[in-house]
Design a protein around this ligand. Sequence first.
Ligand code: HEC
Ligand code: HEC
Ligand code: HEC
Length: 407
Amino acid sequence: MIAKGAYLARMGDCVACHSVPDGKPFAGGLAMATPMGTIYSSNITPDRQTGIGAYSLQAFARAVREGRLPDGTHLYPAMPYASYAKISDDDIRALYAYFMQGVGPVNLASKPAEMRFPFGIRKLMSVWNLAFYDASDFDDKASENAQIARGAYLTEGLAHCGACHTPRGFGQQEKGLTGKDPDFLTGASVEGWTAPALRAKDGPGVGTWSAQDIADLLLSGRSVHSGVTGPMTDVIANSTQYASREDAMAMAAYLKSLPSGATKDAAPKFVASDQTANDLRNGITRTLGARLYVDNCAACHRSSGSGEKSAFPALAGNPLVLADDPSSLIHVILAGATLPSTQAAPSDLGMPHFAGRMNDDETAELATFVRSAWGNKAAAVNASQVAAVRKTLPASITKQVAEQDHK
Ligand code: HEC
Ligand code: HEC
Ligand code: HEC
């Protein structure tokens, strides 16, 4: 039971929000900025005084699935209870057993939220819940196919993939919580990155992958098409790499089963073409962007834009490259990226950062080239878009760039 609960806690990625870097697992304290103010995750270790040690099974179930504390206080939806509402009674029991008996108690008081008026009034959350939250939404008989039903259970519920991949509405609510909602998993922007559409019929990218490719990505952080970057790296490192192959395949099969969503693009964003590869191999570089690509990128990502299997992601037809919002692409070029080291693929392959090597105009030219080469069809990038992303780079990168400039 405890082992099962530990597995489910991985699938729910509880540790991602309920720990701080270098802190004790599940002791909470992670600051989460929301448009309504800053929220801190709680201590969910079994410490009786500062954690959830005094919680009954019922109290635990209510907090996780309904966002209510034992005294009735409402939690903010930064805790993804709207998705967790789908967790079965059996799985709640296993999670409870794990948190009570498999996790060590840590005595550390949770920090109160710092919300802007009127959001500090937790009672308002009952209005939010009435408007946006519907536990009955989930239908575990949604599919006749047992594998797809299991995939729906995990993807819509515990794994809360929609928290990042579903667009949010005016109340910060996810605009859909199940596959029946046309907005569910149609892509969204998170922390300056673009989480692409996962609905299998909606290209580019994931929509055209096989279930096997999607499962590979979840288990190892890479597939024959691409590798992950940004917030998805943590999802894989903390959570999906530990999925059983059956569960990873179930999530993939579920994604493949979803019909087109609300935001399906009218025109395909990628139609493979040999033109760019032939030009580059023959030394034909018509634009500054193409020249920058040959000098800085082709060694790893190749003239063909097809990368190197399981090492360097393909840029041709890549969803991150083709996203309407180019922020993720700009972010990767400026800040570089490291593939997560996973059980299935242990290395830490990296891409260097280019923030110090290219100015905003050059970065925009290069990004525009990458978004239009090899049959990619995405809008051009301008220097002000690059400048906006540059402002969000982590201090570790800006410091290295400043040191390079100094030399
Ligand atoms: C996306 C971030 C996120 C994830 C993932 C997450 N939580 Fe939370 N959780 C929070 C935040 C933030 C709070 C505090 C909310 C508040 O103060 O209103 C919270 C509060 C709680 C509480 C209430 C504790 C108390 O007494 O204050 C429990 C219990 C809890 N989470 C359990 C879990 C479990 C179990 C999982 C995994 C299945 C999980 N959480 C995953 C963000 C998260
Ligand atoms: C914390 C936010 C977050 C959560 C939760 C999340 N994702 Fe992602 N995901 C992202 C971002 C951002 C990207 C874009 C970066 C990239 O493509 O590597 C992404 C990319 C992806 C991709 C495309 C990868 C590629 O290389 O093109 C797949 C497939 C994916 N996610 C599946 C999932 C599934 C399935 C879940 C639930 C188990 C999930 N994601 C949960 C943020 C998230
Ligand atoms: C030394 C080899 C190397 C060089 C040079 C390099 N990259 Fe990368 N690149 C990688 C690796 C490895 C990854 C995978 C890292 C990850 O996704 O976390 C990657 C990832 C990417 C991604 C994200 C793909 C995805 O699906 O998440 C993009 C976009 C990208 N590179 C573009 C470029 C561009 C443009 C240049 C030239 C400025 C460049 N790279 C130079 C090795 C390299």
